[in-house]
Design a protein around this ligand. Sequence first.
Ligand code: NAD
Length: 499
Amino acid sequence: MRAVNHFIEGGSGVAASRFGDIFDPNSGAVQARVALGDAAVLDLAVAAALKAQPGWAATNPQRRARVMFEFKRLVEANMEELAHLLSSEHGKVIADSKGDIQRGLEVIEFCCGIPHILKGEYTQGAGPGIDVYSMRQPLGIGAGITPFNFPGMIPLWMSGVAIATGNAFIIKPSERDPSIPVRFAELFIEAGLPAGICQVVHGDKEMVDAILDHPEIAAVSFVGSSDIAHYVYKRGVAAGKRVQAMGGAKNHGIVMPDADLDQVVNDLSGAAFGSAGERCMALPVVVPVGEKTAIALREKLLPAIAALRVGVSTDTDAHYGPVVNAAHKARVEGWIQKGVDEGAELVVDGRGFKLQGHEQGFFIGPSLFDHVTTSMESYKEEIFGPVLQIVRAANFEEALALPSQHQYGNGVAIFTRNGHAAREFAARVNVGMVGINVPIPVPVAYHTFGGWKRSAFGDTNQHGMEGVKFWTKVKTITQRWPDGGVGDGANAFVIPTMG
Ligand code: NAD
C-alpha cells in the first residue's frame, strides 16, 4: 500500500511507527497510509531548518523570487497529476481541485514580487542629521497546520509567503489528504529551494502539540475548526509564539427583494453545494428578505437542486463529489436529523443517497431546510456539508443582524440591485469578508484573507501584505553620522526629540 512519509531535509527516509488511513472517498476504501509523527520527528525537521535558514535568509530577494517563479512553472506543468491526486484523497471534482491549486498559485505569483514588497520605509532628515529606516526580517522557523478542505490552496497561502520572506517553513497537513503538500515540497526542491527550507511532518494532535511547544519555532499559522483554532492559539501564544489561527464559518447570503433571483439561484447552487459544502467560504445559509422573496426563491431553488449531479471526482459532469470520510458523512447526516428534530422544515433530504457502482463512497445528496430559526443548534453550528438552510427575515435590518450576531464571521454576501443597500450592508455587517453580488468573496492573493469573531484568532490575516507582516519582524534603525562639529553632543539625560 502507498505510504505518505514525512519530507525532511529534501527526503522521505524517516521511519514511522504510527500510521493513519487515507481513504478514497469515491469508493470508501483505504487507499494509502500516512506516517503519524511525534516530537522526535519534528526535532529532525527543526534541526535541518536551523541549518538551512540563515543561508536562505541571506539569499537576495531576487534570487528567492526566482525560486517562486520556477515553482509556479513546475506546478502548472504538473497540474493534471496534482489535481487528480488531490481529488483522489479529498473527493472534490477535478476542475475544483485545479481551482484549489490555482488559488494557492496566485499567492506564489504575489511572492514573485517579494523584492519589491520587502523594501522598507525610509525617512531622510527625521531630525537634524538623522535618518530613520526600517527593514522586515524573517522570523526564523515558521510552521503551518492545515485543514483537509483545501489541501492545495491553504498550504500555499502559508508556505509561499513564509519562504519568500526568508523563513524556513514546516507544514503539518491534514492527515486526511496529506499528499499534495509533500508534492509541493518536492517541487520546491526541484525549483531550486535549498533542502530544509520547506519540509512536511505528518501527524495528529501529538505532532500539533510538539509544534506548539517547540522552542525553535517562532510562528504558527493554523487553519481548521474553531475549537482547535482557539486551542492552538492559546497554547502557541503561551509558548511565546506568534500565532494566527483561522476557524470555522457559517456564511449567510442575504437576498434583497430587488435581487436577480435567477442569478442568485445559480450562484447559491455552487456556493452552497460545490465541493459538497466543505468550504469555509461556502454559503450554507440564505436569508430572503420579505415573504414574497422567500416564496419565489424557494420555488426557483427546488428545480436547481433537483438538477444537481453528484458523482465521482473524475466525472466531468458532476457538480460535486463525496465528502472526505465516513465520520464526516455521519456527522453531516447527524446535523440534518438535528434540524428535523429542532422543527425546521426539511424540504429536500439528501440522506441515503447512493451512487450506483460506488455504494460504499461517502456521498451525500443535496439537502434544503426552510423555516430555520436562530435558536436552533443546526443554525448556530457549522455543518460543513451539502446542506442549505433558509432563514427568513422580514426586512433589511433583521437580515443584517443575522450574520452580524452569529458566532462566526468569516464571509457574507448580499444580492441586490440597490447600491445604497449594498454599501450600507458592507459598512455595517460584523463579518470579515463581504461579497456584493459575489457569493464566495475569497479575496485575491494580493489582498488578504481572514474572518472575524470565532472564525479567526490572532490579529493578522493570510497572504497579501498581512501575510508578509505575519512572517516577518520589523527592525527600525535611527542613524546619525556626527561630523564632530558643534551640536553633536546632545544632552543625553533628556529623552531625545526631533524638534
Ligand atoms: P480540523 O480542525 O479537524 O483540523 C485542522 C488541523 O488541526 C489538522 O491538521 C488536524 O490534524 C489538526 N487537529 C485536529 N484535531 C486536533 C486536536 N484535537 N488537537 C490539535 N490539532 C488537531 O479541521 P478540518 O476538519 O480539517 O477542516 C475543516 C474546518 O476548517 C472547518 O471548520 C472549516 O470551516 C475550517 N476552515 C477554515 C478556513 C478559514 O480560513 N477560516 C479555511 C478552511 C477551512
